[in-house]
Ligand binder design. Structure first.
Ligand code: AMP
Length: 113
């Protein structure tokens, strides 16, 4: 997608602090971390949000959820971590390329909304 920030990060035209890359997904540090560890995991294929997950592309999401524990382990998140995906305006989604926040490195607040 031409004007997608995360597509540009995946392509390398906007710099990022990479923590994982394979043929299906890319992970990098959030520019405005909300926790000591705050990593974003994105599919390389452009999917708008959770609403864009279909039978045709859900294997990409399954793969990301196989990668997430490996990133968490590499980041030393043995104590636990949170995975969040904001979908749409009410959830505060600001970048319209599906992404999963990995948050950890401290005891996280329990509030979900
Ligand atoms: P969301 O609000 O769920 O759409 O999450 C978008 C996230 O992207 C926010 O946590 C931002 O801090 C993060 N973000 C925006 N621009 C960049 C960037 N250039 N590099 C890394 N993270 C970014």
């Amino acid at each position: 997608m031409e004007n997608c920030l995360f597509c540009k990060i995946i392509a390398g035209s906007i710099p990022s602090s990479k923590v994982w890359e394979d043929e299906i997904c890319y992970a990098f540090r959030d520019i405005a971390p909300q926790a000591p560890t705050h990593v974003l995991v994105v599919p390389k294929a452009h999917i708008e949000s959770c609403n864009g997950i279909t039978a045709a592309n859900s294997a990409v999401v399954a793969h990301i959820f196989e990668v997430i524990p490996q990133i968490a382990k590499a980041e030393g998140l043995e104590g636990g971590y949170r995975v969040v995906s904001n979908c749409g305006a009410d959830a505060g989604q600001t970048v319209h390329h599906l992404h999963f926040h990995i948050l950890g490195g401290k005891t996280l607040a329990l509030e979900m909304a």
